[in-house]
Design a protein around this ligand. Structure first.
Ligand SMILES: Nc1ccn([C@@H]2O[C@H](COP(=O)(O)OP(=O)(O)OP(=O)(O)O)[C@@H](O)[C@H]2O)c(=O)n1
Ligand SMILES: [Ca+2]
Length: 512
């Protein structure tokens, strides 16, 4: 009687098991198919790169920058990067005031370099911009006709290059400050945070942007978001809406306070009190000598105010190498006597209280880097001052021996420049021992040079949207990861359920 029962139940059990096995197999197959589809369907397309060229026609020299970015990510922050920089041989374009037709051709070598970097089929669509700064602002003041001719010459050359010419113009000091500020904050990723970073920032309410300090040869800029906005000096305020956020930015550009023109101003003042054609200068190393032609010296708008008749045509400068004396000497360039606002930097120019961190670039960086004063942990104000003092005290023959690889023009002026930077920051802008270390001397951020050019291009190509562009909540990697995780959980649950409700014989008590 028992026999038929046993044979009767056996096929019933195996059918259920078969169905369950089949279900398990099918769900595993479905999960694998799901993952495969997700991975292949959403795979990023091959990179479609775009390029842009900006020429920074500075007072001391011209640099050509090539930028690159993935076409499909144009409106994201931090995706544009510098892929090439070419330093144009010779002086800045304002140095061609006597031979204006040569200004354009001086750029040809670097334009050729850009042609080699950018794929041939993209030459025509690549925009090229030239922005001239304080050297050309000064030339325009001194000789408008010569400045126009220099610009026409560079325009002619740029139009004959195979790129998409978008203009060659003198940018204002305000633009120079603002674009420098945009560049560093774009590169530091301060404009737009996504996902967790955005959430963390909203919790901490950290200072969101970094100020920008640019020191050129002929002008210098300070730009930052002050804590409180005052309408005292509207010409120093700029309003931006970037990635859905409003920014009220303070900026000022001091023409004639770049390091080369500041030295000219200082010498012009020293000349007023010289009794003969010899001048002992504390800002040059002991043993250093330089001769200056007086007739050309006062043609410059930065020195013309000091013009007077001298009984000699050449001035012989002899270095003294005295840092303290040099600082006192430079101090005279900053007139702190009258301020028509609640607070000023110098020469009666409004400056709100300093706020947050600052990125200091161009000559701020070149000089500090030469003096080994740039590191991740910032040096104190006292450390910087004593390093400059020590360097200034070195006799010229020793400096030349120790740094024989560096151009004499640069080398001879690092003592003056170090002292000038300290005076500008400490006396001019009134940085103190407390907030000095909030200044970060930086040359590059990632692969891109800090400077106004990237911000200029981002603005002119409309690559920084006013409103935050709609973004996918998850990145491609997180999306795939989440898909895999969910699928694994699903398979595990199915397996577990199967094990619990249909314990296979091998797991049953007594057998194990
Ligand atoms: N390794 C270097 C490179 C440059 N300089 C000096 O740094 C100054 C500023 O250079 P830069 O920022 O390139 O000035 P420009 O852009 O030419 O000037 P501006 O912005 O005022 O037009 C110049 O005096 C230059 O001689 C330097 O001391 N050491
Ligand atoms: Ca510059």
């Amino acid at each position: 009687m028992d026999e038929p029962k046993v044979t009767g139940t056996k096929p019933k059990m195996s059918t259920t098991r078969k169905i369950l096995l089949m279900l398990g197999f099918l769900s595993t197959l479905a999960v694998i198919a799901l993952i495969t589809v997700a991975v292949t369907q959403n795979q990023p397309l091959p990179k479609n790169l775009k390029y842009g060229i900006v020429l920074d026609a500075g007072s001391s020299h011209t640099n050509l920058y090539v930028y690159e970015w993935p076409a499909e990510k144009e409106n994201d922050t931090g995706v544009v990067q510098q892929v090439e920089v070419c330093k144009v041989e010779g002086p800045g374009i304002s140095g061609y005031s006597q031979t204006t037709e040569k200004a354009g051709p001086s750029l040809e070598h670097c334009l050729q370099q850009a042609e080699d970097v950018i794929p041939l089929k993209q030459h025509q669509e690549t925009p090229v911009y030239l922005g001239a700064t304080a050297g050309m602002r000064l030339l325009r003041l001194e000789n408008k006709d010569a400045a126009d001719k220099v610009l026409s010459s560079v325009e002619k050359t740029l139009r004959s290059a195979p790129f998409n010419f978008q203009g060659a113009r003198i940018i204002s000091g305000q633009e120079e400050g603002a674009y420098g500020w945009i560049t560093i904050n774009y590169l530091l990723g301060n404009f737009k945070q996504s996902g967790w970073k955005k959430f963390l920032h909203s919790l901490k309410s950290v200072s969101e942007t970094s100020g920008a300090l640019d020191l050129g040869g002929a002008s210098t800029q300070i730009t930052f978001v002050p804590l409180e906005i005052s309408s005292e000096s509207p010409q120093n305020l700029l309003y931006f809406r970037l990635y859905g956020k409003d920014y009220q930015v303070y900026t000022h550009s001091f023409l004639c306070y770049g390091k080369d023109q500041a030295l000219q101003q200082k010498l012009a003042r020293d000349l007023q009190i010289t009794k003969n054609s010899r001048l002992s200068d504390p800002c040059f190393h002991q043993g250093y000598q330089r001769t200056i032609n007086i007739s050309n010296f006062f043609k410059n708008p930065c020195t013309s105010i000091e013009k007077k008749q001298f009984p000699f045509s050449q001035l012989y400068i002899e270095g003294e190498g005295n840092y303290e004396k040099c600082r006192r000497n430079i101090q005279d360039l900053f007139n702190k006597t009258n301020c028509p606002y609640s607070s000023c930097s110098f020469n009666g120019i409004y400056l709100p209280p300093l706020q947050g961190d600052f990125g200091a670039f161009s000559a701020f960086y070149f000089v500090m880097n030469f003096l080994n004063l740039t590191s991740d942990v910032p040096f104190t104000l006292d450390e910087v001052a004593s390093a400059v003092q020590k360097f200034c005290a070195l006799p010229w023959h020793e400096v030349k021996l120790q740094y024989h690889q560096i151009k004499e023009k640069y080398l001879s002026e690092y003592c003056f420049s170090g002292a000038y930077i300290l005076s500008l920051l400490e006396n001019g802008y009134e940085f103190t021992t407390e907030n000095w270390q909030r200044i970060h001397f930086l040359g590059k951020i990632g692969s891109s040079d800090a400077g106004w050019t990237l911000g200029y291009m981002l603005n002119l190509t409309n690559m920084i949207p006013a409103e935050e562009p709609p973004a996918r909540p998850l990145s491609y990697g997180s999306y795939v990861g989440l898909m895999v995780l969910c699928s694994l959980v699903l398979v595990s649950v199915i397996l577990l359920a199967w094990l619990l409700f249909h314990k296979p014989k091998c797991l049953q008590k007594g057998i194990v």
